[in-house]
Every structure is written in structure tokens, then in C-alpha cells.
Design a protein around this ligand. Sequence first.
Ligand SMILES: Cc1cc2nc3c(=O)[nH]c(=O)nc-3n(C[C@H](O)[C@H](O)[C@H](O)COP(=O)(O)OP(=O)(O)OC[C@H]3O[C@@H](n4cnc5c(N)ncnc54)[C@H](O)[C@@H]3O)c2cc1C
Length: 332
Amino acid sequence: MASHMTNYQFPLKPPRKLRSCHVQSRSSCSFNKQEPAQNSTGFQFIRRKKLLSDLTTWGIGGPCNYFVQVFDPTQLVSVVRYCNEQSMRFMILGKGSNCLFDDMGFDGCVILNRIELLEKIESGVYRVGSGYPFNRFGVMSANEGFSGLEFAAGVPGTVGGAAYMNAGANGQETAAAIDSIEIITNEGESKMLKRRELTFGYRSSPFQEMKDLASITAVTFRLKFSKTAREMQQEYLARRWRTQPLGQRSAGSVFRNPSSMGVSAAELIEKSGLKGLRVGGAMVSNKHANFFINCDSATSQDMLELIGLVKDAVNQKFGVELKEEILYIHPS
Ligand SMILES: Cc1cc2nc3c(=O)[nH]c(=O)nc-3n(C[C@H](O)[C@H](O)[C@H](O)COP(=O)(O)OP(=O)(O)OC[C@H]3O[C@@H](n4cnc5c(N)ncnc54)[C@H](O)[C@@H]3O)c2cc1C
């Protein structure tokens, strides 16, 4: 069955359009559908009770219509096939550390990725399940003396989420350490893609546009030996703790750094005098201006309004249109 990326609009009064998120759209609206929770796949789907606020670092989001966890690629294939048979919209969720869900929830199935295999193929080469915590893998590989993913220690996502977003920091990025990626398509077919076949960019990957992608299932990393990997990682982490509000609920950087300006989004926001700006429970961090925090039961609307206000203010002062790094997931 063909699938496509959905261009999302803002939910209530849309001030502007946010970056869309990879959701496999199916025709029918399932909020009011009555399928059995136990079904032909043998999986227990949780109906309407699972709050997306519990599955995201921002702690924002209403219930999803269907929720299921998968622990291996075979389970994932069964669930994807089931969603397709039911014409049900679905999305793969890692740690929800780059997503803004709506308070209205998600009309479709959220598939929580728990595929956590870890295989050492040879020295510096690891095959890692896409649900494996990216920060844990980053710490492990640096401790074993390998360089390439030192930055990952502070990224609270999954390996699959990092490949999908091409996460990066400190001059490093996920794509540079990738050897190959295993995916499954919407038809449930497994494919292995070599790094040289794939074009990545700043926080962008070919997966964001891949029409027949159901999910990344595993990533093979090829890392280089380095005597200083561990030391570098400690330095990066210490810098994060100094400069980012790590104890608070955020989704990391809200905006991408503008290209070819030599100035970061955080600097533009700070120079616009917006640190500490608050809408309801959402606030621009006083520590890092590109981190917006949920400081007091923020709603999705609070966060969307804050994002809109900051964009307008920076545009007025500097004539720069900031682009979101975070992904907003429309409820339907
Ligand atoms: C405190 C903090 C610090 C951060 N620091 C950084 C940083 O330094 N650099 C950086 O780049 N980011 C950073 N982030 C943002 C975020 O952690 C990364 O973008 C991360 O890679 C997202 O992974 P995730 O598993 O949470 O993805 P999710 O938020 O769960 O999903 C993001 C997108 O990826 C898709 N996706 C997830 N898994 C898969 C899969 N297996 N197959 C296909 N699609 C998939 C989802 O459908 C969604 O569209 C930070 C966030 C926080 C909260």
C-alpha cells in the first residue's frame, strides 16, 4: 500500500506551519472506530489510554488511539501489516525527545520501538537495534576507545531516532559513523542500505522523505580507534551540563541553526531579549535560549504559541526565519 508524508497544519489557530513528522497516513479516521484491542497479530494494543505526555521528554501530548510496543523486527512487521490492513495511520516512536505531540493526542497507532539488540561484529564495528538508547551506545563505544559518537552521550534518543534525525553536536553527526542501515518497508520487506547510497545533511536524512519506509530496525556503526575518545566525551558532557537545562523537560534545540550566517539560533533568540519568555507553562530557558522548557504543565498550544512568538521576534529583529528542528505531530 502506498504511503506518504503528511504536511501538517497547526491545530487550533495556526500561526504558521511546523516541520512535519514521518507518519504513515492511511485513509480512515480511527478515533471512533471499534476494532478489538486483541487482534490477529496476537499483540495487545492499548486503546485510547496511553498518554503521549508519558512517552516524550517534553511531557506534552494527549492519548493515542492505539499503542503497542515492539521488541524485535518480526513483531514490527506484524504490527505494520496490521495497521495497513486496518487502514490505520501509524508512527514509530523512539524516546520522543524530538517530538511535540498535541494535547488532542494522535488518531492512529503509536508503535514504541524497543528493538534493543547490540552485536559486536569486529573491532569498532557494532550492529545496534534501532530502539537501543543512543546515549548508552555513545558512552559504551567511547569507553571501549572508539571515536565518532562521543557527542551521543548527551542525546536522550534511540539509535533509530538519531539516524532518522541525523543527530549531531560538537562537530560530529550520526551519519559520519554509519556503515549501513536496516529498514523495513510498508509492505513488510527488509532492506539493507549502505551508507554510500544515502545522502544526509544537517539534521536531515533520506528517511525523512522515504515514501515506503515503515521503520529503521538496526544501524551498523563503524568507528575509529582513538586514545582520547573518553576524554573528549567527558569534555562534551561537562559543556552540556554547563550550558543546557538538562534537569528540565525539553526537546533539545527547538530551531535549527541558520545556515551560512555564522550565528546560532540560540544567539539570535538571546539577542532578541527572549530568554525567560513564557506562555502558560512553556518557557524559553534562561540557560540556553534554543531550549524551550515545560516548566509548569505546558499544553501543546502553549508550546506552539511560544515557538511562534520567538520566530516572529527573531524575524523582526534580524530578518531571519528560524526553522524548527523539533517535529510537531498533528493529531489526525
Ligand atoms: C536534553 C536534550 C538534548 C538533546 N541534544 C541533542 C543534540 O545534541 N543533537 C541533536 O541532534 N539532537 C539533540 N536532541 C534531540 C533528540 O534527542 C534527537 O533528535 C534524537 O535523535 C531523537 O531520537 P528519538 O528516539 O527520541 O526520536 P523521536 O523523538 O522518538 O522521533 C523523532 C522522529 O524520528 C522518527 N523515528 C524514530 N525512530 C525511528 C525508527 N526506528 N525508524 C524510523 N523513524 C524513526 C519518528 O517517527 C519521528 O519522526 C536533544 C534532546 C534533548 C531532550
